[in-house]
Design a protein around this ligand. Sequence first.
Ligand SMILES: [Zn+2]
Length: 82
Amino acid sequence: MTDQVTRNVDIVLNKFGPITKQSRSLGHLCAACSLPLRVGDFYCGYPVGPGINPINRALFASNEPYRPCFALVHWSCGTGLD
Ligand SMILES: [Zn+2]
């Protein structure tokens, strides 16, 4: 059993927003601060892993590029930028 996995990855964070009343992201809890994404907020998706997709899991296990699942976070929580 492996208790630790190391991956050297380049992460590109795209800035989305501002959130509107029609945005699908409205009300999601930020994975970093647990506060909801509100109208006017900017946010980004933070890659967290291969998820449940078996192809992504196999690629991840082989240290090959894969499409990660993302956790939504406020732009400021994910980047430290305003
Ligand atoms: Zn946050």
